[in-house]
Write a protein that binds this ligand. Structure first.
Ligand code: CMX
Length: 439
């Protein structure tokens, strides 16, 4: 058994027993109350899931296994020539719960390089799709197309004992993560670069190799990929993509099925697709004003028009966060460190001075501050990637690290199939009209 898997087993399997005892002892105790507003309001703030990999604090932002993003910038191993953490490190941290050493991270890079061969039929499936198919749809199809490779599905069919489910899930998760950059890069090159594909370079780390296969070999883009793939990896368990991954996995769908569903969740404009929407919004603003320097007053007028048209301002607001997303700040810091001047980045920074005030004045927006998607597209544009419909695929490659680490935990802890209750509006109305017996 490989070292990482052995380490996971040593940590996770005893915890499964502890969790069983814990639930036995405290299972009857309350962890919260549910209001009508939550039932109709997307279950906001309703505690209903356990996720080991990360936890989101509304005021402070995300902590991965207890570490904030600035802390991880200090503590995770980096490539020799940069400050950006290697995404391999955050996966190790989320899976094992401990900070990795440099050797741990190098080991993961090698491990994924060995597992990264994508079956030829996946490329054939992609090649059969119209080129205009949205890259996120192509991505989900390609992930589903790999499902025939699931070790878990084979083991399940063979009748493996449920205490062993985590083992084959680990294999699927490692294989899938290893292959995603190649699949994503293939989609990019077939959709936008005349089917001229670039072979992987197994000497490169996971993020740099992704940059290379996309066709962006500059040092700057590789650095960007490392931080991008690190900070988008997880945001606790209740967001649409993470929750979908867990939900589908809870019925013992394998990692391919769960993650394909997860990507369809990420593809919604209120979630991951917001990163493309931000760039689309900024380019439309630029086009309307005919170029030149854009003033804050012009941005304010465009934001007000967006709202008057009944649309959201993409990249702003959050269902949990109540302050500027530290993932936004990490990208701002990256821009400050490496980029001297860029018109689009200037617009992103001017928006930060305008949008919160306008949204705040509406009186209904609970969080007027920017989220991760407000900044990411501007950085990609700076390095020359202007095919913004591809951006959410990159978010998806990163998101695999968190949700799939969690899927191995789901299996190790033997978490249940999801089946929350639901009711009808008629019954709820009767309950509040003083007829509780009707419910
Ligand atoms: N622009 C305009 N209106 C907004 C808004 C925004 N950026 N953010 C919230 N609102 C509105 C909501 O649409 C809602 O309006 P109604 O009462 O008329 O329906 C009201 O403010 C209250 O919403 P909320 O409680 O503050 O926010 P929610 O938890 O319901 O939704 C989110 C959160 C992210 C969907 C929302 O802020 C939004 O649509 N933002 C823009 C899209 C975006 O950037 N999504 C990416 C989020 C991060 C990610 O998942 O990747």
């Amino acid at each position: 058994m490989e070292t990482l898997k052995k380490k996971f087993a040593t940590i996770a399997l005893p915890m499964a027993g502890e969790v069983k005892e814990f639930v036995k002892k405290h299972g009857h105790e309350k962890v919260g109350e549910i209001t009508m507003a939550q039932v109709y309001g997307g279950m906001r703030g309703m505690l209903g899931l356990v996720t080991e990999t990360s936890k989101l604090d509304p005021e402070e932002g995300i902590r991965f296994r207890g570490y904030t993003i600035p802390e991880l910038m200090e503590k995770l191993p980096t490539a020799p020539n940069g400050f950006e953490p290697l995404p391999e490190g955050i996966f190790y941290l989320m899976l094992i719960g401990e900070l990795p050493t440099n050797e741990d991270v190098v080991g993961l890079t090698r491990n994924w390089a060995i597992r990264s061969v994508v079956p030829i039929h996946v490329f054939n499936v992609l090649d059969s799709l119209p080129k205009a198919t949205h890259p996120m749809t192509q991505f989900a199809i390609a992930i589903n197309a790999m499902q025939n490779e699931s070790v878990f599905a084979k083991e399940y069919k063979r009748g493996v004992h449920k205490s062993e489910y985590w083992d084959s899930t680990y294999e699927d998760v490692m294989n899938l993560i290893a292959r995603l950059p190649r699949v994503a890069a293939y989609i990019y090159r077939r959709t936008y670069k005349n089917d001229v594909h670039i072979e992987p370079d197994p000497r490169l780390d996971w993020g740099a190799n992704f940059a290379h296969m996309l066709g962006f070999d500059s040092d700057g883009f590789k650095k960007l990929m490392r931080i991008y793939l690190t900070i988008h990896s997880d945001h606790e368990g209740g967001n649409v993509s993470a929750h979908t991954n867990h939900l589908v996995g809870s019925a013992l769908g394998d990692a391919y099925q769960s993650f394909a569903a997860c990507m369809n969740g990420l593809a919604g404009p209120l979630h991951g697709l917001a990163n493309q929407e931000v760039v689309r919004w900024i380019l439309a603003l630029q086009a309307e004003l005919g170029g030149g320097k854009i003033t804050k007053e012009e941005i304010r007028a465009y934001v007000e028009r967006t709202l008057a048209d009944g649309k959201v301002v993409p990249g702003y607001g959050h269902a949990v966060l109540r302050k500027t997303d530290p993932r936004f700040t990490a990208q701002w810091d990256f821009a400050k460190r490496y980029i001297e001047q860029d018109d689009i980045i200037d617009i992103v920074h001017s928006m930060y001075e305008v949008v919160p005030e306008v949204l705040g004045a509406l009186g209904k927006v609970k969080n007027p501050w920017p989220n991760v998607d407000a900044h990411s597209g501007a950085l990609l544009l700076h390095y020359g990637m202007d095919e913004y419909e591809f951006y959410t695929v990159m978010f998806g490659v990163s998101r695999s690290l968190g949700v799939l680490a969690q899927l191995v935990w789901d299996r190790a802890l033997g978490l249940s199939i999801e089946r929350p209750g639901s009711t009808t509006t008629e019954l709820l109305m009767k309950q509040f009209a003083g007829q509780p017996e009707a419910v």
